[in-house]
Design a protein around this ligand. Sequence first.
Ligand SMILES: Nc1nc2c(ncn2[C@@H]2O[C@H](COP(=O)(O)OP(=O)(O)O)[C@@H](O)[C@H]2O)c(=O)[nH]1
Ligand SMILES: [Mg+2]
Ligand SMILES: [Zn+2]
Length: 373
Amino acid sequence: MPLAQPDAALSEAEDDLALPGSEQIRRAHEDRLRSRRKLVRRRERQQKPLSAPVPTGSHTSARIIGTDGPYFLARLATGQEMRAKSYKGTHTSNPGGTLVAIGDDVQLAVQEDGTANIDTVLARRTKLARAAAGQRVAFEQVVVANVDLLVIVASATQPPLRAGIIDRYIVAGLDGGLSVAIAINKADLATEAQREEALYFRDVYREIGYSVAIVSAETKEGLPELRSIIEGKTSVFAGHSGVGKSSLLNAIVGREIGRTGVLSRKYRRGAHTTSSARLITIEGMPETYIVDTPGVREFANHELDPGNLKFAFEEFVKYQSECGITNCSHIHEPACAVRQAVEDDKISIDRFTSYQKLFEEAKKQEFKRITKA
Ligand SMILES: Nc1nc2c(ncn2[C@@H]2O[C@H](COP(=O)(O)OP(=O)(O)O)[C@@H](O)[C@H]2O)c(=O)[nH]1
Ligand SMILES: [Mg+2]
Ligand SMILES: [Zn+2]
C-alpha cells in the first residue's frame, strides 16, 4: 500500500505562509497547518507501510500471518506487517516438523533492507498437522499453528459427503489441541436424498458434541450460524479440495480473498506452492480470524497411535468401562461394549467404520516405525 500523500490543501497552506499578511491570519494559518499535519501523520500510521520503520538490527516479536512470494508475512504487535524469512540460524522449539507455519509466534531480527530474519520460532500452543506427502521419513507438516478451532468443511454433493474424511480431520484436530466444528456446504445443490444425508450426519456429529452447520456459499443459507460458531476465535478451514472452503470464506468475509475453483490435476501441484494462505480478519467481528488451507486431495494423519486413537472418538469413551478387557481396542476383543453399542445403533456405524480404517492405518504406521528403529 502506498504511503499517504500529503493533502493538496496542505501544500497550498504552506504556500500561503510566504505571503505577507496580518499576524492574525498567519496564526490561523499555522493552526490549520498543525492540525492538517496531525491528520496526515495519523493517516500514515493507519496505512501500516510494508517496509516498517523498525530500526535495523532490532529484535521484535511477531506472528506469521501469511506468505508473500518467497517470504513469510509477519505482523508485529504494533500492527505493522513485515516480510520475513527463516535462515540456517533459525532456532525452533518444535523439532521434527515444519520450521515456520502460518500462525507461528516468532522472534525477528530486522535487516538493513527492511525485511526480517526469523531468529526463533516459539513453541506451538496448538497445530493442525498432517503427514508430508511423498516423504519417506515421518515428517510432520504443520498446516497452521496456534489456532483455536478447526472448521471441517464437507460438501453435501460433490465431492460426496463421507464420514471417513471428516473423522480423519477430527483425529488430527483433537491431536493438535483444536476444538472441532463441521460445515456441510453446497446445500443449494443437494437433492432430497443428499439433504437427508446431510441432516443425518449433522445429528450424528451434534450428538457427539460438535457444532454443525449446513450451509451454502452460493445462497448464504446457514452462514449466520457458521459465523456464530467462529465468532471470537481463530479458525482454520480444512477439508477435501473442491468442497468450497474458499467460497465460504469469501461469503463470510464479504470480499474476495482467495481464488476459488476446482483445479485440474495438472495444476494442483503448482497451486499448492503458489497459494498464499493468510490469517484473515473479518470486518465487524473483532478478535475473529480465519485461515484458508489449500485444497488437499489426500489428507494423511501424522503419527497415528493405535493405542490412543479410540480417545479421539469421544462417544466411544463412555462405553469403554463396560468392555470385557481393560485396555480394549474395540477391534477384535470379545465382550466389547463399543461394538455392542454400534449394533444397538447407539454409536454410528459410519463413525465405527472410520475408526476401524484409521486403526488399521495406525497399526501399519506403528509397524513401520518399529521396523525402522
Ligand atoms: N452451488 C454451489 N457451488 C459452490 C458452493 N461452494 C463452492 N461452490 C463451487 O465449488 C467449487 C469449489 O469451490 P472452492 O471454494 O474453490 O473449494 P475449495 O477447494 O474447498 O476452496 C467452485 O466452483 C465453487 O464455485 C455452494 O455452496 N454452492
Ligand atoms: Mg480453496
Ligand atoms: Zn471394546
